[in-house]
Design a protein around this ligand. Structure first.
Ligand SMILES: Cc1ncc(COP(=O)(O)O)c(C=O)c1O
Length: 399
């Protein structure tokens, strides 16, 4: 059995994905699921981590480092910084200097800090709903107003609404936009042309861009990822958030790398991190990131083969067995976005059917903003056996 087919028991590992579940009637209330293990378990296919073990090269590097026995304060040395920049170059053809890397314990903490760093120049932050919901809390936690340049679903594909974007960023209070590339949850990998138009509008309006590119290594066949800040002069007004956490399943190691080529912006971000006590890096996060970027590429290519195969399976299953549900084949990420409106319009009834009848725990579309109502997001980074079990459960309820 290959490493992507093996079901690994994640019970008693303090896993957010496997230990926590919401109450069916109350999405605000969380329960622990220890009693749910076993045949009758609810399948957790929500939060974005994978049920695959990280590459062996990463595990070996962590074991070697753990055996050293000394876990003192850790800095980002040249070996680490070069591993990050080499990865950007070999994977995405993007040449960035080691001196433009700023580390942070996660992309979500970085979003909070960046919004805080630039808070004096405007009161509104623009996002493109339906979108990753911690964007909303990072805006709210910094007492900013959220503005949505909502995506448009047209002929089975999401696109950006550039007229609306232009109008919204021309408001001087909107000084910051968060771009999600590839986009979670709709799965679009924005094309170079789309990014060019997006960037030109932001540049004309002196708008700072936070490019969240955490899913940028997870690109499906037939699509090409372009780092936003690699285009034209966009790096002058962009802070790019990257991490090895989605790519190599390292989210628990809380390590992300911001790429900030404009030195004035970089100094501002470094200052806000320092002022909030977020200095230094987790030793094991550093070790894992460096090993993954230096030696993990063959594993990633195998993973992408598995995920593309899962998508072929999902596409034909949805078409043949679940015609009432409409899936949007993601161009990037391991998250599947599907439309349930034809099957069930009532949000709470839909949730009940999925959680109680199918016994699967997904992310409700409405948490990504009103634009996501009637949709669900399913994390398909799991062994095929689990995915097939989930699909047959959905078929029993919606087929
Ligand atoms: C778009 C996006 N940004 C950020 C994160 C989380 O980043 P981190 O775990 O580094 O805080 C996720 C996780 O799902 C995500 O989808």
């Amino acid at each position: 059995m290959d490493e992507f087919s093996k079901e690994i028991d994640r019970s008693n590992t303090a896993s957010v994905k496997w230990d926590l579940i919401q109450e069916v009637d109350n999405p605000e209330k969380w329960l622990t699921t220890s009693s749910y293990f076993g045949e009758d378990r609810t399948l957790p296919m929500w939060v974005a981590d994978m049920d695959f073990a990280s590459p062996e090269v990463v595990r070996e590097a962590l074991i070697t480092r753990a055996e050293h026995g000394l876990y003192g304060y850790t800095r980002t040395d040249d070996n680490y910084l070069n591993a990050v920049t080499d990865w950007m170059k070999k994977r995405h053809g993007w040449g960035v200097k080691p001196s433009s890397i700023v580390t942070c314990p996660g992309v979500v903490p970085a979003l909070h800090m960046i919004i805080r760093a630039f808070s004096e120049s405007g009161s509104k932050v623009l996002v493109q709903r339906p979108v990753y919901y911690p964007f909303f809390s990072s805006v709210a936690a910094n007492s900013k107003e959220l503005v949505s340049n909502s995506l448009v679903l047209e002929n089975g594909r999401y696109r950006m609404d550039f007229d609306d974007l232009r109008e919204k960023v021309s408001d001087k209070e909107t000084n910051l936009v968060i771009l999600c590339n590839p986009h979670n949850p709709v799965g679009r990998v924005w094309t170079k042309d789309e990014l060019l138009t997006f960037g030109q509008i932001c540049r004309e309006n002196d708008t700072l861009v936070i490019a969240d590119e955490i899913h940028g290594d997870l690109i499906m066949d037939g699509h090409h990822f372009t780092p936003f800040a690699s285009l034209e002069d966009f790096s002058d007004f962009t802070i790019t958030c990257t991490a090895p956490s989605k790519t190599f399943n390292l989210a628990g190691l809380q390590t992300s790398n911001l790429i900030i080529e404009n030195s004035t912006l970089k100094r501002k971000v470094e200052k806000v991190l320092r002022d909030n006590g977020l200095i230094g890096l987790n030793l094991f996060g550093l070790t894992a990131c460096q090993a993954a970027y230096n030696h993990g590429e063959p594993w990633l290519n195998n993973l992408l083969g598995v995920l593309n195969g899962h998508l072929d399976y999902l596409e034909s299953f949805f078409k043949q067995q679940l015609p009432q549900l409409k899936m949007y084949r993601p161009e990037g990420s391991y998250l599947l976005w599907f439309d349930c409106r034809e099957a069930e319009r009532d949000q709470m009834k839909l949730r009940k059917k999925i959680m109680e009848d199918a016994k699967i725990f997904l992310d409700d579309g409405f948490v990504f903003g009103d634009e996501g109502k009637g949709f669900q997001r399913l994390n398909f980074a799991c062994p095929r056996s689990v995915l097939e079990e989930a699909m047959h459960r959905l078929q029993r309820v919606f087929g």
